[in-house]
Ligand binder design. Structure first.
Ligand code: SF4
Length: 95
């Protein structure tokens, strides 16, 4: 299983906060809209990615869990679940 970051382009308001919180995975375009890495979030950045999702004021940033590879012909979105905004959680720091 792996998580990938996704942005709802309709909801995004180009605050740029997410790119500041996890610049390794999100780069702002010339208007401030995020360009998100399509690669899975590496474990070393998982906490930062979850923090960026929780901090997004427009609830436009989400983590999508890819639970399995899709066989050919399976509809897009099958095997995915998402976490947005304040429902994103991260492990207690310092443990
Ligand atoms: S923090 Fe949210 S609203 Fe702001 S640029 Fe990132 S995804 Fe868009």
């Amino acid at each position: 299983m792996s998580d990938v970051l996704r942005v709802d382009p309709i909801a995004c308001e180009a605050h740029g906060l997410c790119a500041e919180l996890v610049p390794e995975l999100i780069e702002p375009d010339e208007w401030g809209y995020p360009i998100v890495a399509e690669t899975p979030v590496p474990p070393r950045l998982a906490r930062h990615a979850k923090r960026a999702v929780a901090a997004c004021p427009a609830l436009a940033l989400m983590l999508v869990r890819q639970s399995r590879r899709l066989p050919a012909g399976e509809p897009e979105g099958a095997g995915l679940s998402e976490t947005r905004g304040a429902s994103a959680s991260w492990p207690e720091e310092g443990r």
